[in-house]
Write a protein that binds this ligand. Structure first.
Ligand code: GLA
Length: 464
């Protein structure tokens, strides 16, 4: 189940894609090019990126490939090998109006709009795109950001701009992280960064504002196994509001802590995000940051009245400034638990990177399970199926197991000794998938060993 992508297999996939492109766009005379962007799985550091705190993801073997050609007009035409995504087209202008929420072309529009802002022109190129992807969708594996990145690569090429020359991968990842807000989700920059900067058999520790990445080799005798909870978590659909609650709550937390930092240190201090606590001019240690957070947040949830008194602002102003559509639970917002997740998860990422380098799989696994508990009880982004599946994985021999990505469903990731892989897969199948009616020969679609592939690029050398 799950193996390193075989370049020969990939060559035939690319040939096949080019053939399908030629059938879909018979009138085209320009040479057909292909670009590719992988999905990702996050090992540690959930809901940290939009706080400006580090994460530790890897790429996976599943990817999105796009065959493309320039057009002589300003129209972007999109076709997809997957019939769930119907053919569509739009005009490329300086300001591209979004289609209705959830429409797949919005991700392409997001990439193009972001690049148009970076490289203004009097006439924006059109292109034909034929998309073929195998990253499970609505599953927390970043199929949407992979699509955004692949569209950006195609568009750079038809605009005669060169990746790594006219724009660096770091700059492109930063630009697309912001650009993807176009679709309505307020994600951080983890997905675009790992997709563009990931490498075979490596995790990346990614820091933000400014974006920096450090490649960390994975364990040689242990594998990360991905398993789908079978609960769909569509970030632009039903999970959108729930996902956006995270960034909104953290913006509010930042305001409360800024207030406390001004009283404790200097009334000029400005915090844009929680991660600023560890950066200049404050440069707090973990202990100092925890003490500051404790000084503002009691374990009791915050009611709107308390927030209003604390910040000296009306409930309406608080809504407009930070909360937006976020619903205030009747018992108040459990801000203390949300902050505890951010603080402890940050610490886990730092230690996780060190344990990876030290080849200490047992210690890394413990961090993964602790991260899952924190996501479930402090950040409240898990669901019963994710909890059940991670528990089964631990019982089946994983050194650690956790949900991965935004949460509310989608995939889990577990760390498994290579020598125990087959038994592990068998047991997870028996205990989670068989009772849900999944035939054994379909299990490899939802339960597989991750094989981190190279970052996004152009073929024919996708695995260089
Ligand atoms: C989604 C977002 C990321 C990140 C994760 C949670 O995948 O796109 O930016 O916030 O959720 O860690």
């Amino acid at each position: 189940m799950g193996s390193v992508p075989n370049p020969n297999h990939c060559v035939s996939r690319i040939d096949n894609l080019i053939e399908k492109f030629a059938e879909a766009f018979p009138e085209v005379s320009h040479p057909i090019r292909v670009c590719r962007a992988p999905g990702r799985i996050n090992l540690l550091g959930e809901h940290l990126d939009y706080n400006g705190l580090p994460v530790l993801p890897t790429t996976i073997q599943h990817d999105i490939c796009i065959a493309f050609t320039p057009r002589d007009d300003h129209v972007i035409r999109l076709k997809n090998a997957d019939p769930r995504f119907s053919e569509t087209a739009f005009t490329n202008t300086e300001d591209i109006p979004p289609s209705e929420t959830g429409a797949w072309e919005n991700y392409c529009k997001a990439a193009i709009q972001a690049l148009n802002r970076r490289f203004p022109s009097s006439a924006y190129r059109g292109m034909n795109l034929y998309v073929d992807g195998n990253i499970p969708t609505a599953a927390g594996l970043s199929s949407s950001s992979a699509f955004v990145v692949a569209c950006a690569l195609a568009y750079l090429a038809v605009s005669e701009l060169e990746l790594d020359k006219d724009i660096s991968r770091i700059e492109l990842a930063t630009l697309l992280a912001e650009g993807e807000h176009y679709v309505g989700t307020r994600g951080g920059g983890m997905d675009q960064a790992i997709i563009l900067l990931g490498a075979q058999n490596c995790a990346c520790k990614i820091d933000f504002f400014p974006l920096r990445t450090e490649r960390v080799p994975l364990f040689e005798d242990h594998v990360f196994v991905a398993a789908h909870s079978l609960v769909k978590a569509d970030k632009t659909g039903s999970a959108l509001q729930r996902y956006n609650a995270g960034p909104a709550t953290c913006r509010l937390l930042t305001a409360l802590i800024e207030h406390a930092a001004r009283q404790a240190f200097d009334d000029e201090i400005e915090l844009e995000r929680l991660g600023d606590l560890w950066q200049g001019p404050l440069f707090l240690t973990h202990e100092e940051a925890e003490a500051l957070v404790r000084s503002v947040l009691s374990e009791k949830p915050f009611s709107m009245d308390e927030l209003s008194r604390f910040l000296n602002l009306s409930p309406q102003a608080i809504r407009e400034k930070w909360l937006g559509a976020l619903e205030m639970p009747p018992e108040g917002l459990p801000l203390h638990r949300r902050a505890r997740h951010v603080l402890t998860e940050f610490h886990r990422v730092e230690r996780g990177r060190d344990f990876l380098l030290a080849k200490d799989a047992a210690a890394f696994g413990e961090l993964m399970s602790a991260s899952h508990r924190s996501c479930a009880s402090d950040y409240e982004v898990s669901c019963p199926e994710l909890d059940e599946l991670t528990e089964i994985a631990r019982q089946a021999g994983a050194l650690g197991s956790r949900m991965t990505g935004a949460g509310f469903g989608g995939y889990t990731v577990s760390l498994v000794p290579q020598a125990a892989l087959l038994q592990f897969l068998q047991r997870v199948y028996e205990e989670y998938y068989r009772p849900r009616g999944m035939p054994p020969d379909e299990a490899h679609n939802v339960l597989w060993a991750a094989a981190p592939s190279s970052g996004a690029g152009y073929t024919p050398s996708p695995f260089s």
